[in-house]
Design a protein around this ligand. Structure first.
Ligand SMILES: NC(=O)c1ccc[n+]([C@@H]2O[C@H](COP(=O)([O-])OP(=O)(O)OC[C@H]3O[C@@H](n4cnc5c(N)ncnc54)[C@H](O)[C@@H]3O)[C@@H](O)[C@H]2O)c1
Length: 462
């Protein structure tokens, strides 16, 4: 349990915590829940794609207020204030896809200033820009990256559980390609994702955004007996999936518990065994029928064997790299190269789990950081490798998530990890699960080769 949450749950505790200068971590809006207040859309210059995307989602956008001299008011001390919305917006979306010049960045400032203190709690800033690869000229490319600097800073300055994220559109991406990302960012599913930027391009195949996107689809989740894996299994089942829950035999009872709870199937399998891929498809064909195909594989199983490098032997080194990276690659290789009963569907999703340790490195985790950075390299390379096939490969990089794995971290260090992010708290397994489900959504076909951090904008590597 989060120490500050515990303190703030009683009046006496609240008084002590406030005196000690410890602020109350905001309760985040989670799940498939839209913002309560209006969704404001600001279009800078050439625009249209974001408005069309909101139309696909059935969202009627409101007009923005701009911080221009004429719109300002004065407070009781005569100081100029930005204009105030009559009702706190739930989200402010900026279509900056037309921004090419440095002077056009002023448009973002004008939209953002009035809402920096005026968004509802767990509100959203969502910026959509054109990817640097799709614009010409040095100034336009610099501006594209400049927008990410704005996004990351806004994420750090917002309060009350509000987040800021940036979506870069690759060449020819249309509203239908952007819709699943927009839906994810607006809803509580993206609660612990902030300060992030990812790219959306044209999907190989179009799918509508649905509330039950995995209905009739099989999703494999490794390491599903507990922690993040169990949350992933539950989230995919909530969204309609038939889940094949995989874990090692010693975790068999817990695994059966998760599988039964969500009416999925359980497979006791050590993913490092040489024939893991084969045994997986045989299980799917046997239990779910010869026509069954795997829509998505969620490579979640992972281990740590932490030691400072000065004390790290070859056994700890090899086991972490084998479970966290090599096993995933062997299973992918088998699934991608065999068209067999119970195998991978022609259109499919493959997702892995990296870590902020892989992004930034972490003392005592050379082996783990190698494996998790390796997952990122794998995802980036597979996008090219699988070009032309309607299969996407993505990963999430969780920061500090409250699980049995992180409960083992010494208390003081744990408290530091919890507080050193823009949302002032650790994430929940469901936050990682929601992001993976978004990446595996049939409607997310335009999101490929991306690594999304689920870390509340952790300072580590941010
Ligand atoms: N908890 C965090 O803060 C955090 C942060 C970053 C990344 N991650 C990653 O998220 C994933 C899940 O983490 P968690 O905290 O839920 O861990 P956990 O230890 O609670 O759960 C991991 C599960 O994987 C299973 N597993 C381990 N080796 C396996 C094997 N060879 N074959 C099949 N199953 C195996 C375990 O039995 C366990 O059920 C891991 O990849 C981890 O590295 C976690």
């Amino acid at each position: 349990m989060d120490l500050l949450e515990t303190l703030y749950s009683t009046p006496a505790g609240k008084a002590i915590a406030r005196k000690a200068g410890l602020s109350d971590p905001p309760v985040l809006r989670r799940g498939r829940v839209m913002p309560a207040g209006p969704v404001v859309l600001a279009e800078l210059g050439r625009a249209g794609v974001v408005r069309e995307t909101l139309g696909l989602l059935g969202v009627e956008p409101a007009e923005p207020l701009l911080d221009v001299p004429d719109a300002r008011t004065k407070d009781e001390k005569g100081r100029e204030q930005p204009p105030r919305y009559p009702e706190k917006p739930g989200a402010v979306i900026i279509d900056a896809t037309g921004a090419r010049r440095i002077t056009e960045l002023e448009g973002l400032r004008q939209v953002l200033r009035p809402i920096m203190r005026g968004l509802e709690s767990s509100g959203r800033v969502i910026i959509v820009a054109t990817d640097a690869s799709a614009v010409d000229g040095l100034e336009a490319k610099a501006v594209a990256q400049g927008i990410d600097g704005i996004n990351r800073t806004v994420g750090k300055e917002l309060r009350g559980g509000a987040t800021s994220n940036l979506v870069y559109l690759r060449d020819a991406a249309a509203a239908a390609d952007l819709a699943s990302t927009m839906s994810f960012l607006l809803e509580g599913r993206s609660a612990y994702v902030s300060g992030q930027a990812w790219r959306v391009g044209p999907a190989e195949r179009a799918h509508d955004v649905l509330a039950n996107p995995f209905e009739g689809r099989i999703v494999v989740v490794t390491g599903a007996a507990r922690g993040i894996g169990a949350a992933i299994a539950r989230t995919f089942a909530r969204d309609g999936a038939t889940v094949v829950a995989v874990d090692i035999p010693p975790a068999g009872d817990a695994l059966a518990g998760v599988a039964n709870e969500i009416a999925g199937s359980a497979l006791q399998l050590d993913i490092t065994s040489a024939d893991a891929g084969e045994r997986l498809v045989q299980h799917v064909a046997r239990v779910h029928g010869l026509d069954a195909r795997i829509w998505a594989v969620v490579h979640n199983a992972g281990i740590t064997r932490d030691k400072m490098l000065a004390n790290l032997d070859e056994k700890r080194w090899a086991s972490v790299l084998d479970v966290n990276l090599a096993a995933e690659m062997r299973i992918n290789d088998f699934l991608l190269s065999s068209d067999v009963p119970g195998g991978l569907a022609e259109e499919a999703r493959i997702v892995g789990i990296a870590s902020t340790s892989g992004v930034a490195g972490n003392k005592g985790q050379t082996n783990y950081a190698a494996s998790k950075a390796g997952i990122m390299g794998l995802v980036w390379a597979m996008r090219d490798e699988l070009a032309g096939r309607p299969i996407t490969t993505n990963a999430v990089a969780p920061g500090f998530i409250e699980t049995e794995m992180t409960a083992a971290i010494p208390f003081v260090q744990r408290e530091i990890f919890r507080r050193t992010n823009s949302l002032g708290q650790g994430g929940k397994p469901t936050d990682v699960a929601e992001t993976l489900a978004f990446l595996c959504d049939p409607a997310s076909g335009g999101v490929d080769g991306q690594v999304i951090r689920v870390c509340g904008q952790n300072l580590v590597g941010a």
